[in-house]
Design a protein around this ligand. Structure first.
Ligand SMILES: Cc1cc2nc3c(=O)[nH]c(=O)nc-3n(C[C@H](O)[C@H](O)[C@H](O)COP(=O)(O)OP(=O)(O)OC[C@H]3O[C@@H](n4cnc5c(N)ncnc54)[C@H](O)[C@@H]3O)c2cc1C
Length: 260
């Protein structure tokens, strides 16, 4: 199996996000492998362990996105490739999918391309399907279980987790999958894996390397980003000797505030 897993570097979910002068900042909070993508890496590794083959982690981002790739390598991916080019800054999902699809084609003949369900920062959840459309592969999103995989027969059957319930779907390989956290429990990188990853030289592919020469400006622009208004809250304690008295006073205050 030739498996490609697309991973994004995102701010830690514990980061305090601020908006200043229309720019988003998460201060000096650490950047991490997008938490949802850990499940995609884990699933890729489990499929490789069962069926053989190799797993390539792929990320589009600035040069420091190598850290997310190093975590993927430390978990057990065989190789990692960073796609980085100043021309790729500020792209929208449509263009990101174009770049990722070109890189997947350059990796060559994938059987499976895995994605997380969404990134915790931009959170559109559509990149995987857009890549599938560009590659002409079926898109099986929100996968909570790989029910069966038959590389020789070129077939995959998965369970998808939807709001209304679970859905079983089958499709041909190669396919694109996006996975939800119910699919597995991501492994911790091993000590050996961390050592191997720290020494790894990660190749960096530019637009020219991918044969992308057209102007990749975003169709969807973010002209302004505004922080949600601060909500001021006041706490008022209702006192009383009995529960009935407190309830009566509470109802009175709520009526005064026109809540009831
Ligand atoms: C500085 C900056 C400026 C931006 N400006 C714009 C703008 O002007 N207009 C606009 O529409 N958007 C803009 N974006 C958002 C950007 O287009 C999205 O981050 C990108 O398209 C991916 O979409 P998403 O993060 O919603 O991923 P999702 O679709 O939520 O992610 C799903 C999965 O796709 C994979 N994935 C996503 N991104 C990558 C990646 N880079 N590399 C590898 N795998 C990936 C991961 O597996 C992830 O779990 C900007 C982002 C940044 C950081």
């Amino acid at each position: 199996m030739n498996i490609v897993v697309c991973v994004k570097q995102t701010p830690d979910t514990a980061a305090t996000v601020t908006v200043e002068g229309g720019e988003v900042s998460w201060g000096d909070a650490p950047l991490v492998l997008n938490p949802w993508d850990e499940y995609a890496v884990e699933e890729a590794l489990q499929i490789k362990e069962e069926h053989g083959g190799q797993v390539t982690a792929l990320s589009l981002g600035p040069e420091d996105a190598q850290e997310a790739l190093k975590q993927s390598l430390a978990m057990g991916c065989d190789q990692a490739i960073l796609i980085s080019d100043p021309a790729f800054a500020g792209l929208d999902t449509l263009q990101v999918s174009k770049v990722l699809a070109a890189a997947i084609e350059k990796v060559g003949d994938p059987d499976l391309v895995l994605f997380g369900r969404s990134s915790v920062d931009s959170d559109t959840g559509i990149t995987g399907t857009q890549v599938a459309r560009r590659l002409g592969f079926p898109s099986l999103i929100l996968v909570s279980k790989v029910v069966s995989l038959d590389p020789a027969g070129g077939k995959i059957e998965v369970e998808r987790m939807l709001e209304e319930g679970r859905q079983q779907v089958a499709g041909p390989l190669p396919a694109v999958l996006s996975v939800v956290k119910e699919i597995n429990e991501p492994r911790y990188p091993s000590f050996m894996g961390i050592r191997k990853a720290s020494k790894a030289e990660i190749p960096i592919w530019s637009g020219a390397d991918l044969g992308i020469s057209d102007d990749l400006s975003a169709a969807v622009h973010w002209p302004e980003i505004i922080a949600p208004p601060k909500i001021e809250t006041e706490v008022e304690m209702i006192e009383g000797d009995t529960a009935e008295e407190k309830a009566k006073k509470l109802a009175q205050r709520l009526a005064e505030e026109k809540v009831i």
